[in-house]
Design a protein around this ligand. Sequence first.
Ligand SMILES: [Zn+2]
Length: 151
Amino acid sequence: MGDVVSSTVRSRMMSGIKGKNTKPEIIVRKALYRKGFRYRIHQSKLAGKPDIVLNKYKTVIFTHGCFWHGHECHIFKWPKSNVNFWTQKIIGNRKRDQKNIAHLLNDGWNVIVIWECALRGKREDAISKLISEIASEIRIQKSGAVISHAG
Ligand SMILES: [Zn+2]
């Protein structure tokens, strides 16, 4: 898989975080790869189809968009039109996330949730720090725990 990137591409990637092009999922994936982690992506047989699956560490990682997953943070705003539709949709997504996470924990997975606001608009050093934290959380493998990172 094309996870090895040149430093030019990487710096473009990191500076792109403020823009719209680089999805948090990709940033996390590439950074973990550079730290030597190997993983599978979008394992559909697991609840919620986690973005990153580290079998060796029995850990899954979700990168959640703050709007879609209803994270009440500075990024999230309840839409002003189609209010009923969006309220149902977002609350439904939240419930589904909780159910999926409960299911994974029950199966003995460790779950790490990285919210979009933990990465979006952050400086490169802040992102490296976050990735290092996540790397040690993966290695520690807090059994059956869910760890959440938000901005
Ligand atoms: Zn958020």
